[in-house]
Design a protein around this ligand. Structure first.
Ligand code: GDP
Length: 309
């Protein structure tokens, strides 16, 4: 079994390739929940939903979030009542979040709610929230303290970053399901996700990073940075804020205490020597995932790297 650490969009693309080359029952995905937000009376878990919808084949690839063919009657009608509606939650998406919310109100964990949702959507891959405790990313900016969704969606990542906090992380415990996955797996893959705000919170949950440091199985990552920039999203802004080079070398540096291998994009092949200087093996391929063939190629390269690491 392979354990995969995942954020949203970059992870979802990679997983679509991985399920074509590894049996779904042999994959457990540990997903960031620090992007979660309680809004419109429901609990939205953006990374879990992106991963679930894409594995269910219903993800809206063009828009980059939500369910294909969704409508937005609910959020649009909120405006009539003067309710702020910057978070564009589709109607079908709302049904998922509503179901999650009622399960959690009944006292079920988000792990159990996620299991029921993915089963209802016929997703065989086990999707595991990183923790059952609430963790929320807040960004201190030049216009004030913003929830990660406000920063990304409402303000389109424009405010300057002055600080970063994973609220609740000290109290957050890794679930038994996550700890078992990290114990029983034959290797770990870190998706090409934002290393600071998607993978960062997972690694910050008590016990997870230590487990990776101690484990003897191979741990490999795929770079989310190609030719000095992320494919999508604000990874560069967060890396710069922390003084980390915006490059695959910077990604390797962030994971240097446990990582064995990094899949680097062909456009950055000149960086492999420096990365190997950190004691991390590097394999290059075109990591830009547009077609299903691209996604399969990146998944195969990560698996090859696991074998030689
Ligand atoms: P988010 O929570 O939805 O932002 O999801 P992630 O953290 O999983 O995804 C954002 C990261 O995915 C960004 O840093 C992107 O650079 C990376 N990413 C998205 N698409 C691709 C791709 O096709 N190839 C690679 N190598 N990285 C990608």
């Amino acid at each position: 079994m392979i354990a995969v650490l995942a954020g949203g969009v970059g992870a979802a693309k990679f997983l679509q390739g991985l399920v074509r080359v590894v049996n779904s029952s042999e994959i457990k995905v540990i997903v960031n929940t620090a992007d979660d937000i309680d809004i419109y009376g429901v609990h939205v878990s953006p990374d879990i939903d992106i991963v679930t919808y894409s594995l269910a084949g219903i993800f809206d690839e063009d828009r980059g979030w939500g369910i294909r063919g969704d409508t937005f009657n609910f959020v649009e009608n909120l405006a009539k009542f003067g309710i702020e509606n910057w978070f564009k939650l589709g109607d079908m998406d709302l049904a998922t979040c509503f179901y999650r919310t009622i399960l959690m109100k009944r006292g079920l964990s988000i792990t159990e709610a996620t299991r029921r949702i993915r089963k209802a959507l016929n997703v065989e891959v086990d999707i595991l929230p990183m923790t059952d405790n609430p963790v929320q990313t807040y960004i201190e900016t030049d216009i004030g303290l913003l929830h990660i969704q406000e920063y990304m969606v409402k303000y389109r990542c424009e405010p300057s970053i002055l600080g970063l906090e994973f609220k609740g992380i000290e109290e957050a415990e890794a679930t038994n399901e996550v700890l078992e996955a990290l114990e029983d797996c034959s290797g770990v893959i870190l998706c090409p996700s934002n290393p600071i705000i998607s993978i960062g919170p997972i690694l910050s949950v008590k016990g997870i990073r230590d487990k990776l440091r101690e484990a003897s199985y191979p741990k490999v990552a795929i770079t989310p940075i190609i030719a000095g920039a992320p494919v999508k999203g604000p990874a560069d802004k967060f890396m710069r804020f922390l003084g980390v080079e915006v490059s695959p070398y910077g990604v390797a540096w962030l994971y240097r205490d446990f990582l064995d291998g990094l899949v680097v994009d062909v456009r950055d092949s000149f960086q492999t020597v420096r990365i190997e200087g950190l004691g991390i093996k590097a394999l290059t391929t075109d990591t830009l995932m547009k077609s299903i063939e691209d996604k399969i190629r990146v998944a195969r390269t990560a698996l090859n790297l696991m074998e030689i690491s």
